[in-house]
Design a protein around this ligand. Structure first.
Ligand code: ADP
Ligand code: DAR
Length: 386
């Protein structure tokens, strides 16, 4: 049975997630792999994909980068673009296999970063962290008319470690062990328990996912990016006693720090995440770049790496998709479905969050999202009254 080309490529690329180097391209196998990457690139270039990879990976840049590798982890271009080559419906289609990739493949990363983060140019620099105070952000929906729940998360990488395509089973477990040693030191409202995915009861895993607490397995974009190998080794979730603070271990990033609760109290949810990040940072050295801020696997999460979202019902606005799209652009908001990225809304509940994470302080990111949601609620009330 002939494998579908995409599956064949994925198996070949994933099957060979060894560290390719320039001289290894000299071997026949790697010449064949380079040829296959070029064929897949041509298909993407000829497709009607709307991904940022397609938009910014010109033939000139492709030829300049196709045999480059990163010095410490020997990552190559295929490690960066495999997901976008496999999935033309990607929004971005590009990941960094290790921290150095942002410099070695800057010719591709910089235009994608500038586009996604709405103008962060290659000469720009992430401002110093400034979390501010959550109390500055009042609850936008104290009567609970629109906002079902609020969530604020950030991603963190542990200094010295590469990202998914370069991780082996033992390094996933080493990362998990480092993270767990820090988690047991959390106190107060952040105190809780760590549950590894390995051996987790399937009903418990489904409940945690259904309650939006735990990540879903098998994301096809992450799979093709080499981010699901050795699953579920080294993956897990830390949950505090009140079930409103979570830490994800080795999903897409080494660490995701998440605060979430019913209702619209953004300030309280934000403070809980910020204090959790500060507490964890006392025991783990996060990887923060001078120019790009906190480094992450995906360039969309660089800088503050903060995504602040509401699950919200805006029935009148949802009936005017063009108006909603214009407002989302005006307020720099991203609209996702109920169960996260690349999903549809269920029961009229959308996940709406800030788009920009880089080029702003943490406080400014939350302020931008807070003002955006406020604007959407005002527009909804106007549309309802119309
Ligand atoms: P992220 O990249 O921030 O983790 P995803 O889109 O992958 O975001 O969503 C992860 C999970 O978080 C999904 O189950 C999604 O439904 C849930 N989620 C996101 N925002 C909210 C929110 N405001 N309230 C409840 N669940 C949320
Ligand atoms: N699915 C990829 C990722 C885009 C950004 N979201 C992340 N990193 N979870 C895409 O290109 O659509």
């Amino acid at each position: 049975m002939l494998l579908h080309p995409q599956a064949r490529l994925k198996l070949r690329l994933l099957g060979r997630w060894t560290h390719l180097s320039i001289n290894r391209y000299a071997s026949n196998k790697d010449k064949e792999m380079l040829k296959e990457m070029e064929e897949r690139y041509k298909k993407l270039a000829a497709s009607n994909s709307k991904s940022l990879l397609k938009k910014h990976l010109t033939k000139k840049i492709f030829d300049n980068l196709k045999t480059k590798t990163t010095p410490k982890f020997n990552s190559s271009l295929i490690h960066c673009i495999s997901s976008g080559l496999c999935h033309h419906d990607s929004g971005v289609g590009l990941y960094a296999p290790d921290p150095e990739a942002y410099k070695v493949f800057a010719e591709l990363f910089d235009p994608v970063i500038q586009d996604y983060h709405k103008g962060f140019k290659k000469e720009d620099k992430q401002p110093a962290s400034c979390f501010g105070k959550g109390r500055d952000f009042e609850n936008l929906d104290p009567d609970g008319q629109f906002i079902v729940s609020t969530r604020v998360r950030c991603g963190r990488a542990i200094k010295g470690f590469p990202f998914n395509p370069c991780l082996r089973e033992n390094t996933y477990k080493e990362l998990e062990s480092k993270i767990c040693k820090a988690l047991i030191k959390l106190t107060g409202e952040h105190k809780g328990i760590y549950m590894p995915l390995t051996g987790m009861d399937q009903d418990l895993q489904k409940k945690l996912i259904d309650d939006h607490l735990l990540f879903k397995p098998g994301d096809r974009f992450l799979d093709s990016a080499g981010a699901t190998r050795f699953w579920p080794a080294g993956r897990g979730i830390f949950l505090n006693d009140a079930k409103n603070f979570m830490i994800w271990c080795n999903e897409e990033d080494h660490i995701r720090i998440i605060s979430m609760e019913k209702g619209g109290d953004l300030g309280r949810v934000y403070d809980r995440m910020a204090w959790g990040e500060e507490a964890l940072g006392k025991h783990i050295e996060f990887n923060r770049d001078e120019r790009l801020g906190f480094l992450t696997f995906c360039p969309t999460n660089l800088g503050t790496s903060i995504r602040a979202s509401v699950h919200i019902k805006l029935p009148s606005l949802m009936d005017q998709p063009e108006e909603l799209k214009k407002l989302a652009e005006k307020y720099r908001l991203q609209i996702r479905g109920t169960t996260g990225e690349h999903t549809e809304a269920v029961g009229g509940v959308h996940d709406i969050s800030n788009q920009r994470r880089l080029g702003l302080t943490e406080y400014e990111v939350i302020k931008e999202m807070h003002e955006g949601i406020k604007g959407l609620i005002e527009a909804e009330c106007k549309a309802k009254g119309a």
